[in-house]
Design a protein around this ligand. Structure first.
Ligand code: UDP
Ligand code: MG
Length: 322
């Protein structure tokens, strides 16, 4: 028997969850009919939702004994939710997907076919279009991937998603990376393994609303750059060298100008602008170092990535006691 864990991080998903459950059951039942060796568990993560998400989890737990859940003690963010899910999944294979049906469950049987014979360790989807997303957002997303891949050794595939079917081996490798500042797109790629990318057209959320603002995405992209590249730190070295070269040129020009016309020596504005430029560059470099230092500070504290509150086990025990 092979157990497949379906891990679903949820934040305020009361509207779409019943729909999601229905779809995933349909697909997994179909898979079971075809591959009798498969068993499933559904592991939902409640990431501090403010709506009825947790109640829906409990209802699902009553209906289906394969449903498990972990309710985090507050909203920790999707990255932490995914980590909690991977950490607690028991399966030989783990599928990680969004609750909003933007990750179509119909892909899972195909994904299993890629992974089951050991040809691949992971199957994932890759968006080839960004339909239904604003132009500005797509443009910035593309820019991010371009910069990221220039300055990082870890390849971040444009359009790659957190919808993945993975072997236990790959999940364990991901769990080894217990860093606090998590950027999954980088982590998935960093661990390596043989990954099958399945192209697909973007679909819109079936219900509810996205919890990502533009600003949120921007901060997340900086997070990604800092987690997987130290290029910004080396930037200060380049800027320093650049300053020295400019200073030398200015010095030589100053000597020539003074030699040609002793009364019309170097303007004070040159000095002023030089001081300002150098001051600005120093602040910039210090700022970049400060950002990394801040990340290191959080990392060194070794805080847990998530804190679990109620789980399905608590709920089941409570019901039994009643
Ligand atoms: N999510 C989460 N914690 C958060 C934000 C989002 O667990 O703080 C979940 C959300 O419930 C969904 C998935 O992450 O299952 C993707 O979120 P969303 O659809 O809002 O993002 P988008 O698809 O717009 O990138
Ligand atoms: Mg979504």
């Amino acid at each position: 028997m092979k157990l497949v864990s379906v891990v679903v991080p949820c934040y305020n998903e009361e509207e779409v969850l019943p729909m999601f459950y229905e779809e995933i059951i349909k697909v997994t039942n179909g898979m079971k009919a075809e591959h009798s060796e498969l068993e499933f568990e559904f592991l939902f993560i409640n990431d501090g939702s403010k709506d009825r998400t947790l109640e829906i989890f409990r209802e699902l737990t009553d209906r289906d004994k394969r449903v498990r859940y972990i309710s985090l003690s507050r909203n920790f963010g999707k990255e932490s939710g995914m980590y909690a899910g991977l950490k607690n999944a028991k399966g030989d294979y783990v599928v990680i997907m969004d609750a909003d049906l933007q990750h179509p469950p119909e892909f899972i049987p195909q994904m299993y076919n890629y992974v089951k014979d050991g040809e691949y360790d992971c199957a994932t989807t890759r968006r080839v279009s960004r339909n239904g997303e604003s132009k500005v957002r797509s443009w910035f997303a593309r820019l991010f991937y371009k910069i990221m891949n220039k300055i990082s050794d870890t390849e971040i595939v444009d359009g790659a998603q957190d919808f993945r079917f993975m072997t236990r081996q790959m999940v364990d490798a991901i769990l080894e990376m217990s860093e606090y500042n998590r950027f999954s797109k980088g982590i998935f790629s960093w661990v390596g393994f043989r990954v099958k990318y399945m192209p697909y057209e973007n679909v819109e959320r079936k219900a509810g609303t996205t919890s990502w603002s533009f600003w949120g995405l921007f901060k997340y992209s900086l997070e990604g750059i800092m987690a997987f590249s130290t290029f910004p730190l080396s930037l200060s070295v380049f800027l320093g060298i650049l300053c020295i070269i400019i200073a030398l040129i200015v010095f030589v020009v100053g000597i020539i100008v003074t030699a040609v016309n002793p009364f019309k020596a170097f303007g004070w504005y040159v000095i002023a602008s030089t001081v300002l430029t150098v001051g600005g560059l120093i602040m910039l470099c210090l700022g970049i170092m400060g950002l990394y230092l801040a990340k290191m500070y959080l990392e060194v504290k070794k805080r847990p990535v998530y804190i679990a509150g109620e789980t399905d086990e608590d709920y089941r025990n409570r019901k039994k006691a009643e």
